[in-house]
Write a protein that binds this ligand. Structure first.
Ligand code: CMP
Length: 299
């Protein structure tokens, strides 16, 4: 997923470096070139999930590199220092001497070694003189980080609106934000299944979640949860790790922020609000702020 990709891509870049993002070396380009680079990025399976502002920054920071026919732009097994987009020319990708494919205009290459911190997976050689656009590894990785920072800030401002976290300090919210993973679910999808072993905590960012509890043969609809509500805490509080209810995506798309057991216990489990919620009704989830649905459905 793009999430995983971003995590990999920022590995090894110290966090403070994101501060210098505004001073990145930008190179003005005509709009036709910008469109070409952007199209090449959107056409690449690994990079097409980047956010709009990341793509725009990469486009801005790329600079021109022209190479004569025969140039090995990338050599298999070497360390990757640049990412490329072709504007003109024909290049050949080969691995262990075997030709994999030829690439023409508007193609992005050299992304794998930068994204996954691995050696170049193939050799790329210019068959004709080629006009390329390139970005340095370091700059590329900083760009990948920038949105992580923007995201973190967005999470913090959302977390401030979460009732459970009203008394959490700014520092705690930042630490929570650093540990969050975003996940989306489709309507009807089980986010948490009763009886399963659970190891993470959920905060709803968008959509509605239905909580059901099976007692004997009956499925009781316990309640509905919305943006800012949370679930999944019971299995993490140290009394066994089995989910006490099922949580099902009720609306078209449900977006949740997930926190693993460790950070949850450390950052949220110790909040007074959470302690009270866990104490309130042993064996069931904390009472909702809004409506309480309790119709019984026969299996
Ligand atoms: P990287 O490994 O950084 O450097 C070599 C590049 O060749 C690689 O990134 C990809 O962009 C490209 N590449 C590798 N394998 C293939 C393939 N099977 N088909 C097309 N392009 C490839």
């Amino acid at each position: 997923s793009s999430k995983k990709l971003k995590k990999l891509a920022v590995s090894g870049v110290p966090i403070e470096e994101s501060e210098i993002i505004k001073d990145l070396p930008r190179n003005p380009k005509v709009s036709g070139v910008k469109m070409l680079i952007k199209a090449a990025i959107l056409n690449n399976d690994f990079l097409k999930y980047l956010e709009e502002d990341q793509i725009d920054t990469i486009v801005d920071c790329m600079y021109k590199k022209e190479v004569p026919a025969g140039t090995k732009v990338i050599t298999e097994g070497e360390m990757g220092l640049h990412l490329y987009v072709t504007e003109e020319g024909e290049l050949q990708v080969s691995k262990k001497g075997e030709i994999l494919r030829n690439m023409g205009r508007q193609t992005l290459f050299g992304e794998l070694a930068l994204l996954y911190d691995c050696e170049r997976t193939a050799t790329v050689q210019a068959l004709t003189p080629a006009k390329l656009w390139t970005i340095d590894r370091r700059i590329f990785q900083l760009v990948m980080m920038k949105t992580t920072k923007t995201k973190r800030e967005a999470y913090v401002s959302f977390l401030k609106s979460v009732p459970l976290l009203q008394t959490a300090s700014e520092q705690t919210l930042v630490r929570i934000a650093e540990c969050l993973e975003e996940e989306t679910y489709e309507q009807g999808q089980y986010i948490v299944r009763q009886g399963e072993v659970g190891d993470c905590f959920f905060i709803i960012m968008d959509g509605e979640v239905r909580v059901t509890e099976k007692v004997g043969n009956r499925i009781q609809e316990k309640r509905k949860l919305n943006r800012g509500d949370y679930f999944g805490e019971k299995a993490l509080d140290g009394n066994g790790d089995v989910r006490t209810a099922s949580c099902i995506a009720e609306t078209g798309i449900v977006k949740c922020l997930l926190l693993d057991r460790g950070p949850f216990l450390q950052l949220i489990g110790s909040l007074q609000e959470m302690k009270e919620a866990l104490d309130r009704r042993p064996g069931s989830l904390p009472r909702p702020r809004s409506e309480y649905v309790d119709e019984q459905i026969l299996l």
